[in-house]
Unconditional design. Structure first.
Length: 493
């Protein structure tokens, strides 16, 4: 005899099988009766899509009542509902609507915590990523069938561009109301990133609430909530490849080479966040690399000082050779100078360790630090730095000052408050390349007239790759800080 829970699970799995059969009927029978029109060179890719859909159904059945099943089914349901919305014909409504209803019913009867908020969050994240990634476009147009499917390679190469490696085996879907790009890499990247992002958000919020309770209200502000900034950046980053596929003004080959490590980095950091929360922070443990940086020994200190001196020598040499005319050198070197300023204060911090800033002082210095760094991204001041060596030197030294001041804020503020401000600082610097990227691609406009669109888009991706690990480390420091600052016991509930 089966228990009541087992009978319930078998019934829900049965509903999923019916849902799978209905979605298969839509795609396979729709292809035969003409509701779905497929170009000859896209037929095999279409069958691969149907096979993948069934494998995802199978995976969700095998892992039923666990997180993978929940996120896979939620993800599929959004695509099926989207298909109904953009096709708007009786055939899709009769098959895909009941398929979606059965699937959603199974999802909301799973033994998963926070089902409703996770489902809604995933839908919002997915819609946002599709929007900023330019893979989905609402457009009223005449089409030969309610759903037309073509090989993406034909579409891309028709405008004289090579197919991006991230869009291999992709399909271009057209309806009377929308166009959509779908490729294996994009599909599974969106699934992985949106699932990890939503799960991490819920774990972070739960962890922060738990820590706050365990600290007996010792933390006066929720600085750790700023950790959401990193997750938003990571979410945005995963969609670069889709924007590239639709923008003829960029040098696709070079950017593709940058995107591969970018994707790997983004997904890896999301996975590491999940693992650290699950196996360390929730168990009130802190990994060694987050417990603090030891003051360097004599030899290491001499080596660090030598590097700092060399970086200062580079400033006049670079100005003499006009290296600042390259966006990669100008802003890349600026980021290095920020790090240098932070390191300089770290070296002298033992001398000033008895000083403690009030919150008002910390906030003022934080604002000063932010303005000192971001002002040089404003086109007027950027142009001055490019064409005048004196202004380039001023930019470099102000970037160092920015790093030095944020170092003061971090080391001399109340520890929890300093970590929070450092986290905001890193997120602000991380948002700058995002603004450059989406302004350049969305408007096809140049922020700086001296550099072309390709250079500016490539610059944004390089700065993005640099900032992601920095934001990630600062975020982990913020999440872990209550555990070692307040010595939260292992049995804290």
């Amino acid at each position: 005899m089966f228990s009541m829970n087992e009978r319930k699970n078998y019934f829900l799995i049965f509903l999923l099988i019916i849902s799978s059969l209905l979605s298969d009927a839509y795609f396979l029978y729709g292809y035969r009766n003409g509701d779905i029109l497929i170009s000859s060179d896209a037929v095999n890719l279409f069958y691969l899509l149907v096979l993948t859909l069934n494998l995802l159904y199978l995976t969700s059945i095998i892992t039923f009542n666990r997180a993978p099943s929940f996120y896979i089914l939620s993800y599929i349901s959004f695509y099926l509902l989207g298909t109904i919305i953009v096709t708007r014909n009786l055939f899709s409504i009769c098959l895909l609507l009941p398929s979606s209803i059965l699937m959603i019913f199974s999802i909301f009867n799973m033994n998963i915590q926070n089902k409703a908020s996770k489902y809604i969050s995933m839908g919002i994240v997915l819609l946002f990523m599709l929007y900023i990634g330019k893979t989905f476009l609402f457009i009223i147009q005449p089409v030969p069938a309610p759903l037309t499917i073509e090989n993406l390679a034909d579409r891309i190469m028709a405008i004289g561009l090579p197919l991006p490696i991230t869009e291999d085996y992709g399909l271009f879907l057209s309806t009377g109301y929308a166009d959509f790009i779908l490729s294996p890499s994009q599909f599974f990247l969106l699934l992985a990133v949106s699932s990890l992002l939503v799960e991490n958000y819920h774990k972070i919020i739960k962890l922060l609430l738990k820590n706050r309770k365990a600290e007996n209200n010792q933390i006066k502000s929720g600085n750790g909530l700023i950790s959401a900034g990193y997750a938003i950046v990571a979410t945005m980053s995963c969609q670069c490849e889709s924007a590239i596929a639709l923008l003829p003004a960029v040098t696709i080959l070079l950017i593709n080479l940058l995107l591969l490590p970018f994707f790997i980095l983004s997904v890896t950091l999301l996975i590491l966040t999940y693992l650290l929360i699950t196996y360390f922070y929730e168990r009130k443990r802190v990994p060694n690399f987050l417990k603090g940086v030891r003051y360097p020994g004599k030899r290491a200190l001499i080596f660090i000082i030598l590097l700092l001196v060399i970086s200062q020598i580079i400033i006049p040499i670079a100005a003499f050779m006009n290296l600042q005319t390259s966006p990669f050198f100008l802003f890349g070197f600026g980021m290095i100078m920020i790090l240098e300023g932070f390191v300089i204060f770290f070296i002298i911090s033992p001398i000033l360790k008895k000083i403690k800033f009030r919150k008002g002082t910390s906030l003022f210095l934080f604002i000063l630090s932010v303005l000192s760094s971001i002002i040089w991204f404003y086109p007027y001041f950027t142009t001055l730095a490019i064409f005048n060596p004196i202004y380039f030197s001023a930019m470099s030294y102000l970037m160092s000052l920015s790093g030095f001041v944020i170092g003061m804020v971090y080391f001399l503020s109340e520890e929890r408050y300093g970590i929070g401000l450092l986290e905001i600082y890193s997120v602000i610097l991380g948002i700058i390349p995002i603004i450059i990227y989406y302004y350049t691609f969305s408007l096809q406009a140049r922020i700086w007239k001296i550099w072309n669109v390709s250079e500016q888009s490539e610059l944004s991706i390089i700065l993005w790759i640099i900032m992601l690990p920095v934001m990630w480390i600062v975020t982990q420091k913020s999440l872990a800080s209550p555990i070692y600052i307040y010595n939260i016991p292992h049995n804290a509930k």
